[in-house]
Design a protein around this ligand. Structure first.
Ligand code: G6P
Length: 486
């Protein structure tokens, strides 16, 4: 879709109040330029495919940011979904997005892998931007309507919105981990964040453990009463539950059967010199993903002969992310240094041991890579869910392929057929890759079959439906049974 084919923001559809409103930091579309042409494309990620049908069927509205700090006229409607863009200036981008969201909350919620930075100015801007989203939602939602707020960038919106519109039903879902109190209590604005979230009627997390962390802190810090799944606060009942997000399974199975994509997978292997074993990593370039640790483990395996240049080849896709942040810049620098050392030390002429792509790949190309890979490596230090692991499993329709998976990814609770690793343990990563290499086809098939059965039980629309059903009916959320793999 090009910019010219879209309705301007001032379209009359804008003024109709919506029964159902999604509020997320990003809108489901982004402007991308290729070969001099600017085009609106769907934002990547499962959230867009999960929510599109729900929004379409309810004449819903999506409130979010376009990802750029200068003002751009957003399309008013995209694939039947009404859009409302929130403007964020360059200074607000620095303080709200790069600052409080991604240099305070992001590291704090991911085990403080990098030291979180606490700045009062960032906090003030975070509040200000959350207020802006809350005001936009309050102005857009119909009486008695439903608003579903997403992720760590917007944790104050539930309570701000409740104060403006006590008549609406408010759901909140956190896509990333929620830390234990030992870490969370570092946050100077911890009370404000918890009471912000408690403005919702239903608060959803990826895994039971995160839900329990939250409820314990709410009781301890704000004196909320109740259990891990039902809290009483400020004269209201707040439900808390785990709703593990998943992928669009039907779409992935269809793409996995597409002849063009299958041919592309064969072509990739040919282009790589038909290695005996193709290993694959696909991550956003983020310090939480454990990419360097994984490369270190593989470098040692090449050095001690467990992996052999030309026979074992790794493709590492690192999707560019949050590039103006110093931590991310350093991560890229160190990663590229590691890639270069690995190739320098272990490649053969015409056959590098690692092929590194610092690119945002098209989903079809990603699918072809998944289909081409014998071993998928997903080893984050901490991850809310990790949809790459699920995508890989869903596309292996012939039950081939092996998954090496971090115990600290939310997906580990469901993907028990994976070769599990502690991503901090170099020897453990080497051992798990070694086991994946050695596993016979029968074992690999049994493991993949087990994982596929589990993942194919639900798709991403079931995820959205189950959250909204719990929100709508005020029914108890699913029981908090902790299936932590540890
Ligand atoms: C994670 C977060 C999302 C975020 C995405 C990409 O998945 O949970 O909220 O949108 O990373 O990060 P970005 O900073 O580019 O939005």
């Amino acid at each position: 879709m090009t910019r010219d084919t879209l309705e301007p923001t001032s379209s009359s559809s804008d003024v109709t109040l919506a029964q159902f409103v999604v509020v997320a930091n990003r809108l489901p579309v982004q402007l991308s330029s290729s070969q001099g042409n600017e085009e609106w494309r769907p934002s990547p990620g499962g959230l867009v495919s999960a929510l599109t049908p729900v929004l379409q069927s309810r004449n819903g509205l999506w409130i979010g940011w376009l990802g750029v700090s200068e003002h751009v006229d957003a399309p008013a409607v995209y694939e039947g979904i009404r859009l409302k863009a929130i403007d964020i200036s360059k200074e607000e981008y620095d303080d709200f997005y790069l600052g409080f969201s991604n240099a305070t909350l992001w590291p704090l919620y991911h085990d403080a892998i990098r030291a979180p930075t606490f700045h009062r100015k960032w906090w003030h801007t975070y509040k200000e931007i959350n207020r802006r989203y809350a005001a936009a939602a309050a102005a857009a939602v119909a009486p008695g309507g439903t608003v579903w707020i997403h992720d760590y960038q917007l944790q104050l919106v539930p309570d701000m919105l409740r104060k403006l519109r006590p008549d609406v039903r408010i759901g909140f879902f956190l896509h990333i981990p929620f830390p234990p109190s030992e870490l969370f209590m570092q946050l100077p604005w911890r009370r404000e964040i918890i009471s912000g979230l408690l403005g919702a009627d239903l608060i959803g997390f990826q895994v039971p453990h995160a839900a329990s962390n939250f409820s314990r802190i709410a009781r301890r810090l704000l004196g909320a009463a109740g259990t891990d799944s039902i809290l009483n606060f400020d004269g209201r009942v707040i439900r808390v539950g785990a709703f593990p997000i998943t992928v669009d399974t039907a779409q992935i199975v269809a793409l996995a059967g597409d002849v063009k994509i299958r041919e592309r997978a064969r072509e990739i292997r040919r282009d790589l010199g038909n290695p005996e074993v193709l290993l694959l990593g696909v991550d956003r370039l983020d310090y939480t993903k454990g990419i360097q640790q994984r490369l270190m483990a593989m470098t040692e395996m090449y050095a001690d002969g467990q992996l052999v240049g030309g026979t074992h080849v790794l493709v590492q896709v690192a999707v560019p992310s949050r590039e103006s942040d110093a931590h991310y810049d350093l991560e890229r620098h160190n990663l590229e240094q590691a890639v270069s050392e690995m190739n320098g030390d272990h490649s053969l002429v015409g056959s590098p041991v690692i092929h590194y792509l610092h690119q945002n790949l098209h989903f079809d190309e990603l699918m072809a890579l998944y289909l081409a890979a014998d071993i998928m490596l997903v080893t984050p230090f901490r991850d809310g869910m990790n949809l790459v692991a699920k995508e890989y499993v869903v596309c292996r329709t012939d039950l081939t392929g092996r998954l090496v998976l971090s115990e600290f990814a939310g997906a580990a609770a469901e993907l028990r057929g994976a070769f599990m690793v502690n991503p901090h343990d170099l020897d453990g990563i080497k051992e798990a890759i070694g086991l994946a290499l050695k596993a016979g086809p029968k074992e690999a098939k049994a493991r993949m079959g087990r994982m596929r059965r589990k993942v194919l039980r639900h798709d991403v629309s079931d995820w959205a439906r189950s959250f909204l059903a719990a929100l709508q009916q005020g029914s108890p959320p699913p029981p908090l049974i902790d299936s932590d793999p540890l």
